[in-house]
Design a protein around this ligand. Structure first.
Ligand SMILES: [Zn+2]
Length: 833
């Protein structure tokens, strides 16, 4: 199990089995004091004891073995490997022992380890929370431990806190002792055997919903401030997910209770601590009366994702961090499956097509990476929390599920989870389990997707399917794009008949379906498709007959071919015009993306001409849909309406849309599905005083969705004074959890982006100090939009090459390459208007 050559890993000479953790935070002083007692098995007698600890002030360790207490005489801290080694005068004997260490630490502001989060209530009073975030390797900042996923143990947590504050951890409360001094000690039941990165403890002025009994599992939503009225959707989605997964996996929920806790400062979307899932506020709390469908989908999605992890991740866990991609890919796949059952009318597999597209956009770059790669240090895993892990991983699993059949796939997953419960696995264990159940060469197929980057372009021409690697441009250096995937391709004839399945390898295969034929039937394949001239002509008149995801895939593939200069704007416009009157927003989302990029490439005079084209293509949709809800609306119509208004009011420069958006803003009618589009259209008009109003509404928002809408819309103003003010606020008033991404979005502004980037790069060191790790690469989000000035792009590239972000630099390299692809695309498209 140990990798003796990897200095970042601990030896298995001492193995923990049970922790008892005692923590007393001082929220005012932002410090904590603690003590751990750890039951261990000493497997190799030694006078040294090494475990993980960093940023902790520790006393001596006492090891009690065979009735004798051994007290350490020396302590060495290794800052690089984040270990503490205690030395003893005598040898610790083989066999069971108890390790005891007392320590103190600081509640940091870095949003990792045991950290401080704050919020201001509507009366202006500030409140402090102490909370944890341990994945990947930050439990060691809160208590000394064997901080690797393979060292599973039980954790029993005891928190001594001011009596008026609430306290939560992974398990149910077992005792609550009033200490008589304004403090109380809350003790929690021991957890199941699990990894240290899943431990959580949280203290603060929280409210909570009454527990809902979900087939014996108490489920609560825990929230800061007075937000109980925003918990309904999360409760409903959480209860649904608990039942859905207990049934799908055919294994009861592995915890004893489930609390879902909203934390005001949080770097990720959420964290799957067993029984105590933590969330970014906007990903848990919502007022459905004011929310858009997209915002509600987001909450159901994140909740489903985290609940899936209780089994896949928590009950069965990767042996080492290179397996993290499968953990996340699987939860991202299961979240869609669960959401699709929760709200079938949302058609989430179609909206998943848009998320998959974001992965395809990165994975078609030479700077892509293979999904699995060797991980030595924890730093190596920082690059893993990206779209390739989540969206590509989920898409490849979906393709596999469709290939094996949903029931066979599910049975394989059940087999895998049962076989490895409470223990650790490698990626290949899952392929083996699926192979055992299906009899299909799963490992062989999956290896071509896991160990090389990229994906194929599958072409149907002359009745034959063939593959070649897809790339947005020619390589200028080493390329991570592979070749010869084993591609499960499904085709079907639009004239009817069954779907045909092919496993396409390096040799072409013949398709016998009658024309017109859809490649990627059902739309679940992770590849791009291209049709020969005759095949495309055959299908062009039948776009309306495609299934929604097939149609969405056709549009996004057409955009990819245009963006990579493999087709023309006119070819893309023909597809967009062919979309006709349907209510699925996803294809129009791809059209909006494409139109935004084309717009960026053009000069002022060309933009006017292009705006007329946009109005011609999109205008009929707004005339059909109108601004307000209609009895004829489908479930997804409001989302489509928002996409259409957003394009027409910005790139389309439509005066009546701009005027109506302003009227709604002034009449304070900015809610629900149209809110984001209306705010973007209003901001882009740069009316005096609007920026100040937006910022004020952000600061005093009464729900998290409004807060995020106003915050992110700040990037749509075109005045430099305003953009630089917003940038400045990212360094002062805006929460550090949001700062990097707001800066990234500010950089995407066509008028002010380059100026914001220059000022941001001048404050780079300050940003690195202030903003949490794993959010830093978001500051470079604007790079793909810098496509109209080669000299500026050179300057941007040089800067980001010189200022590497370590584990996050891979993401920046991809953004640089996208900028280069965009420059080529822009030069080509300028000739086509
Ligand atoms: Zn996850």
């Amino acid at each position: 199990m140990t990798s003796p050559t990897n200095p970042y890993r601990l030896a298995r000479s001492v193995v923990p089995s049970a922790y008892r953790i005692f923590i007393t935070p001082d929220l005012d002083a932002a410090t904590f004091a603690g003590r751990v007692e750890i039951d261990v098995d000493v497997r190799e007698p030694s006078s040294l004891l090494t475990l993980n600890a960093i940023e902790l002030d520790m006393g001596a360790a006492t090891v009690t073995a065979a009735g004798t207490a051994h007290r350490s005489t020396d302590l060495t801290i290794d800052e690089e490997f984040e270990t503490a080694t205690f030395s003893f005068d005598d040898v610790l004997p083989e066999g069971p022992a108890v390790v005891e260490i007392a320590f103190t630490g600081v509640l940091n502001d870095q949003l990792h380890g045991f950290y401080r989060s704050t919020y201001t209530d509507p009366e202006g009073a500030q409140h402090t929370i102490a909370t944890t975030q341990f994945e990947n390797t930050d439990a060691r900042r809160a208590f000394p431990c064997w901080d690797e996923p393979a060292f599973k143990a039980t954790f029993q947590v005891n928190l001594t806190v001011p009596s008026h504050l609430a306290a939560y951890s992974n398990s149910p409360e077992t005792s609550n002792v009033d200490l008589g001094n304004g403090q109380r000690t809350v003790s929690f039941a021991p957890t199941m055997a699990m990894s240290s990165y899943l431990v959580a403890f949280i203290v603060g002025p929280f409210g909570e919903t009454p527990a809902v009994d979900v087939d014996g599992v108490p489920l609560r939503i825990v929230y800061p401030g007075d937000n109980g009225h925003l918990t309904g959707l999360a409760l409903e989605a959480g209860a649904f997910a608990l039942r859905f997964f207990s049934d799908y996996f055919d294994i009861p929920y592995p915890g004893d209770k489930l609390d879902m806790v909203a934390i005001p400062d949080f770097t990720q979307g959420a964290m799957e601590n067993l029984g105590c899932i933590t969330y970014r506020v906007v990903d848990l709390l919502v007022d459905p009366a004011n929310a858009s469908l997209a915002e509600m989908k987001r909450i159901a999605k994140v909740v489903s994702h985290e609940v899936a992890h209780m089994w896949f991740g928590d009950l069965v866990t990767m042996e080492w961090w290179e397996g993290i991609w499968l953990n996340e890919a699987f939860a991202s796949f299961m979240e869609v499956l669960c959401q699709d059952a929760f709200r079938p009318a949302w058609k989430v597999w179609v909206s998943f097509g848009a998320e998959r597209d974001m992965a395809l956009e990165i994975d078609g770059l030479h700077a892509t990476r293979s999904m699995e790669y060797e991980v030595v240090s924890p730093e190596d895993t920082r690059g893993m929390f990206d779209r390739l892990t989540y969206e590509k991983g989920a898409a490849v699993l979906r393709m596999l599920e469709q290939y094996l059949g949903a029931t066979t796939f599910r049975d394989g997953i059940r087999h895998y989870l049962r076989k490895h419960s409470y223990s650790n696995t490698r990626t290949t264990d899952l392929w083996d389990a699926l192979e055992e159940v299906s009899g299909e060469p799963v490992r062989d197929v999956m290896n071509t997707w896991i160990y090389q980057g990229g994906y194929p372009l599958v072409t149907l021409e002359g009745g034959r399917l063939s593959q070649q690697p897809f790339a947005y441009g020619a390589p200028t250096g080493p390329s991570a794009i592979g070749k010869d995937w084993k591609v499960p391709v499904r085709t079907r004839s639009l004239s009817g008949g069954p779907t045909s399945s092919h496993l396409l390898g390096d040799q072409p295969v013949t398709v016998t379906d009658e024309a017109p034929v859809v490649v990627n039937a059902g739309g679940s394949g992770y590849f791009r498709s291209r049709y020969g001239r005759r095949e495309l002509e055959a299908i062009a008149d039948h776009i309306g007959e495609l299934e929604p995801l097939e149609r969405a895939t056709l549009v996004s593939d057409s955009w990819a071919l245009l963006y990579s200069s493999q087709s023309t704007l006119n070819e893309f416009l023909a597809i967009a015009k062919g979309l006709g009157d349907q209510d699925e927003p996803t294809p129009w989302g791809s059209v909006a993306t494409a139109f935004n990029f084309v717009n960026r490439a053009l000069d002022a005079e060309q933009r006017q001409r292009f705006a007329a084209i946009v109005r011609e293509v999109v205008g009929p949709q707004l005339r059909r849909l109108g601004w307000d809800a209609r009895p004829s609306d489908g479930e997804l119509t409001p989302q489509l309406r928002a996409v259409v208004i957003g394009i027409l009011g910005t790139v389309g420069d439509d005066p009546s849309v701009k005027a109506e958006a302003v009227a709604r803003f002034e009449g304070n009618r900015v809610t629900g599905d149209l809110a984001n589009a209306v705010l973007r259209v209003v901001a882009s008009q740069d009316r005096p005083g609007d920026y100040e109003t937006f910022y004020d509404r952000y600061r005093h928002a009464t729900n998290p969705q409004d807060e995020q809408r106003y915050l992110r819309s700040l990037a749509s103003f075109h005045e430099e004074r305003v953009a630089l003010d917003a940038l400045d606020k990212c360094f002062s008033e805006i929460r550090s959890q949001d700062a990097s991404s707001v800066i990234g979005i500010l950089c995407t502004n066509a008028a002010t982006g380059p100026s914001v980037w220059r000022h941001m790069s001048a404050r780079w060191d300050e940003a690195l100090e202030k903003f949490p790790l794993n959010t830093l690469s978001k500051m470079a989000l604007g790079l793909p939009t810098f496509i109209d000035d080669v000299a500026f792009a050179d300057q941007v590239e040089a800067f980001h090459r010189e200022h590497s972000l370590g584990g996050e630099q891979k993401t920046v390299e991809q953004l640089i390459e996208r900028m280069r692809v965009g420059l080529t695309f822009a030069a080509a498209v300028r000739q086509q208007i």
